[in-house]
Design a binder for this molecule. Structure first.
Ligand code: C5P
Length: 296
């Protein structure tokens, strides 16, 4: 069999409201997740007889053993599948880590979809999503991508229409944000009210808005703690907003920043402008792209 090639898209949180800390240490969320056109690639090839499933990766320093979510979800599905022939998995990383783009979660979720096919495990998207939720709050979304509202700690997922503002400028600062640290600072700042996650917007109406109408409505409750931890990130955001004359938001717990456009030309023009003026990596990518890979 030829290798199976699978794309794992990054996500952004267009809107991220965070409630108070729960008894289990997590926070209840109300968040609009959408995939973006920045992809890691996974390939799966049957390993030689007698070997075990293995992972290699082109990003130096990224663990490829059981610390990697791809290996952990593969082991969990293998334990349930009737015949889990060992796979050689190769991961090519393009999604930066510690960026709030869900790269590790996307890799693991797409690996589960691929292995479910390869191993004829017959799990539905809902069953894979429930299995994946054991390994992290962001994984479940990717079984219902490209656009969904996530609640609970992230594992309760309801697909919705993707936004009509269909292009995004992603800004990728070098800094990596540790998610638990950002949540701890959120608690220390006394943030998070129950009403922040119970008062849901009219998502369908929001999905129809132009980028200029939608952007001022978007909130990320993790921005105040993230910008307190990394003041340079907050200053970069302010500089981008001045330069682009439109709101710029952070994704997840950072460090990536984004703003929206209604078409590709506008996103490319803005990305060029940012690249000339600010020394930061920026790219124009599609929101909710189609995935042209071997899963179909
Ligand atoms: O689930 P995940 O491994 O992505 O979570 C990483 C950390 O982020 C958790 O240990 C917790 O500190 C924080 N978190 C949270 N509430 C969420 C999701 C994550 O407090 N809903």
């Amino acid at each position: 069999m030829p290798p199976m090639r699978v794309l794992a898209p990054a996500k952004i949180n267009l809107h991220l409201r965070v409630g108070p800390r729960r008894e289990d240490g997590f926070h209840s969320l109300l968040s609009w997740y959408v995939t973006v056109g920045l992809f890691d690639t996974l390939t799966f090839e049957t390993a030689s007889a007698g070997s075990v499933t293995s992972l290699t990766c082109d990003l130096p320093g990224l663990p490829c053993d059981e610390r990697n979510l791809v290996m952990r979800v593969a082991a969990a599905l293998a334990a349930e599948a009737a015949s889990a022939t060992p796979q050689q998995i190769v991961l090519s990383k393009k999604i930066p880590t510690g960026a709030g783009l869900g790269g590790g979660s996307a890799d693991a979720a797409r690996a589960l979809v691929a292995l479910n096919q390869i191993w004829h495990a017959g799990r539905s998207a809902g069953e894979l999503s429930a299995l994946a939720a054991r390994f992290g709050s962001d994984l479940s979304f990717f079984f219902h991508a490209p656009s969904a509202i996530c609640r609970g700690r992230g594992e309760i997922v309801e697909p919705i229409a993707r936004p009509s503002a269909s292009w995004v400028m992603l800004v990728l600062p070098r800094v990596q944000m540790p998610t638990p640290t950002v949540y701890r600072r959120f608690d220390a700042m006394g943030l998070g009210r129950v009403s922040d996650i119970t008062d849901a917007p009219d998502w369908l109406a929001w999905s129809k808005l132009s980028s200029e109408e939608l952007l001022p409505r978007l909130v990320n409750d993790l921005e105040p703690p993230a910008f307190e931890i990394e003041p340079d990130l907050g200053e970069l955001r302010s500089g981008l907003e001045r330069q682009l004359k439109r709101p710029v938001r952070m994704s997840g717990s950072g460090s990536s920043l984004f703003t929206l456009y209604d078409n590709e030309a506008a996103a490319i023009e803005a990305t060029g402008r940012v690249g000339r003026v600010l020394s930061v990596k920026a790219m124009a990518v599609e929101l909710g792209p189609k995935l042209a890979d071997d899963i179909g």
